[in-house]
Design a protein around this ligand. Sequence first.
Ligand SMILES: [Zn+2]
Length: 177
Amino acid sequence: MDVHDQARLGAEARFVARAQAAVQMALQSRVEGDPAWDSFLASLGLAPGTCEERLALQRQGVPNLKGALPVELRQALQAIRGEVLRGLGPLEDAPLRLKLDTLLDREVREYLNQCRPRVTLKGIFANAQATTVRLGDAPDTVKALTCRCCGAARPENSNPRVCAFCGADLFAGGEGR
Ligand SMILES: [Zn+2]
């Protein structure tokens, strides 16, 4: 293993440790934010949204979400990724950037799994029925307007590149839904 490989593994480990700490803090925050989460965002140079903005975003995504907004977690992880890469200086390279992107996406998806409300069996059936009806009635264009990462619908009359709720790239190919 050369110096470059060691630096890369060290950077990955630093990123994952800081990302997991951020996930724990996000899980303990309310969706409207709280002092610990807001000051954590500020320490990364991110401006917390207002309570109204956050609740509006939550309604677009998963109404009963517990924890901070997924899009805020993603922005925090992106800031951490930037700090880790800058810390490497000239050893930073494209494969490492890609690797951190993959790890970042994985943390956000795992966060979404953890902060969704617990689903009861009754809820699953009700949901399955509602989904069938909705998809059956919807034209293809509407079906395509949901986020692959979190499932949130894109707001009408807008054409954003990223999901307002979780921050995922809405035009990224690859993984199925
Ligand atoms: Zn999303």
